[in-house]
Design a binder for this molecule. Structure first.
Ligand SMILES: [Zn+2]
Length: 116
């Protein structure tokens, strides 16, 4: 990646509290985000994105695998933190507790029989 493209990518990303940059990722247009392309006898990993299905959104270039793993890890950690925050916003009790196995001693969902 040239320095000007690297500067463009740096301008488009934001930094998480620990200093790691989250780069904007886009879908690989060659494989349509699947990470593989159709071959005659088998599917092949997409060479345009190294099988990730994602590329740098601004440049359309693939990332190295270690950088892609970091980007996916940052996104996963953010999504898990958001999921925990949303779960804490739920009121205590109710049908959701049954599906989490918190109220029913028999099995998950067993106390919410709907008659279907
Ligand atoms: Zn691809």
């Amino acid at each position: 990646m040239s320095d000007s493209k690297a500067a463009d990518v740096t301008a488009m990303c934001h930094v998480n509290p620990r200093g790691a940059r989250i780069v904007s990722l886009g879908r690989c247009e060659i494989c349509q985000g699947r990470g593989f392309v159709d071959g005659v006898f088998r599917d092949w990993p997409c060479a345009a994105c190294d099988g990730a299905g994602l590329v740098v959104k601004e440049t359309g270039e693939k990332m190295e695998s270690t950088a892609m793993i970091e980007q996916l890890r940052l996104r996963l950690n953010g999504a898990l933190a958001q999921n925990d925050a949303l779960r804490r916003m739920l009121p205590d009790g109710g049908p959701s507790d049954d599906y989490l196995g918190m109220t029913n001693k028999h099995h998950i969902g067993g106390g919410n029989w709907t008659g279907d």
